[in-house]
Write a protein that binds this ligand. Structure first.
Ligand SMILES: Cc1ncc(COP(=O)(O)O)c(C=O)c1O
Length: 382
């Protein structure tokens, strides 16, 4: 059965950035022939290449962004509350619970959809152990303001940089801010290792502790001192990722061209608002989010239904927000912080496909469908 579509095919919400297959197979063959599948040279080389590309002193490769966040929080010996947004993926906060820490949810800014420093300032108190920002959708969080807040309170600043490859502030990658930034290499990201994570940090001691912690906690001798995990990246993952690294700038550039088309077509449309990206920053464009003004009677479901029947998959990243999910409800007190913008964004958000399977012509059609529904040119109900 074929799907009725103005695009002639289905477009998934995500598609892995597959590097050149023959070159990748060559790299995998080398790993197989080496007989060294873990703790080997591929991971080490990947770490050097990424540290150089990000402009940071140290990069530690791990099994995922989730395990990376868990280990960073562990190695920094955090305690108490950690201020973080609720409008994010649940893995942002999972590491906190694994470490016995309490998330304290901050609201987001209405324009940028990033954690709002004013809300963070209100949340800071004697219990604050750290600030955990998120570079949402690949656009930088307000790094300078968060850095000031963390310094004034004397607590670490960590970034969930799962989406952040390609994100820069004043010409520097976002890894230049904070004590550590943890990137994700899962298949929906701008660069993939199948699964994997990269921790960027300027602290040599933290990098050493993380290398120990990802390897069960084993030190130089066979005598464990600290509690670690097996959170190592395999040589196969590192080889795949190294091949992808060379095409990363082109992948990000392609995503930016798609985003520019979406922005051009959708920013004048009544009933739709878009994430503002500050002028001194660039976004790695992990996702493209539009927000449907449901408060003005515009219907998100109608846009989703029209795109679905045209063969275009969309996602509600991130609805419901963390503080409304069963695992996290107990950590939220609406009297302390109502999270008004978080609630609004989660009710309005729709993410459009932005990956190598979306051509510039596709992007025009996709945006055109969303615009036509919003402007009432076509009526769709669900
Ligand atoms: C904001 C955010 N943080 C963390 C993660 C978890 O990354 P990983 O799957 O590499 O553990 C994701 C995954 O998409 C994410 O979107």
């Amino acid at each position: 059965m074929t799907t009725p579509s103005r695009l002639g095919r289905r477009i998934a919400i995500a598609q892995p950035e597959t590097p050149d297959i023959d070159a990748t197979l060559g790299r995998l063959r080398t790993v197989l022939e080496s007989g060294s599948f873990t703790n080997g040279v591929e991971v080490e080389r990947l770490e050097h290449e990424v540290a150089e590309a990000l402009g940071v002193a140290h990069c530690v490769a791990v099994s995922s962004c989730t395990s990376g966040l868990m280990l960073v929080e562990r190695c920094l010996n955090l305690c108490g509350e950690v201020i973080t947004p609720s409008f994010t993926f649940f893995a942002t906060a999972h590491g906190l619970l694994w470490n016995g820490l309490r998330p304290r949810f901050a609201d987001i800014d209405a324009q940028t959809a990033q954690i709002d420093p004013r809300s963070v300032a209100r949340a800071i108190g004697p219990e604050t152990g750290a600030i955990l920002g998120v570079h949402l959708f690949g656009c930088p969080a307000p790094v300078v303001e968060l850095d000031d807040l963390a310094r004034s309170r004397g607590v670490p600043l960590i970034f969930d940089g799962a989406h952040a490859l390609g994100a820069t502030v004043d010409g520097r990658t976002v890894a230049a801010w904070g004590d550590a930034t943890v990137y994700s290499l899962s298949p929906t990201k701008q660069l993939t290792a199948g699964e994997g994570g990269l921790i960027a940090t300027r602290h040599a001691a933290l990098a050493t502790a993380l290398r120990q912690a990802r390897n069960y906690g084993k030190g130089v001798a066979y005598d464990c001192e600290v509690l670690g995990l097996n959170a190592r990246m395999t040589e196969f993952q590192a080889a795949l990722c190294r091949e992808g690294l060379s095409s990363l700038p082109a992948s990000i550039e392609r995503r930016r061209r798609i985003a520019a088309i979406y922005e051009q077509e959708l920013s004048p449309v009544e009933g739709i608002r878009l994430q503002t990206i500050p002028g001194n920053t660039t976004s790695g464009r992990k996702d493209f989010a539009l927000f449907v003004r449901t408060d003005q009677g515009f219907r998100r479901e109608a846009i989703e239904a029209a795109l679905d029947s045209a063969g275009v998959e969309t996602r509600r990243y991130f609805d419901p927000p963390l503080h409304e999910q069963r695992l996290y409800r107990e950590f939220h007190d609406p009297d302390r912080e109502p999270l008004t913008e978080t609630m609004r964004a989660s009710r309005e958000v729709v993410c459009l496909p932005i990956h190598r399977g979306v051509s510039e012509a596709d992007a025009k059609v996709i945006a055109g469908i969303a615009a036509a529904v919003s402007q009432g040119v076509v009526a769709v109900s669900r």
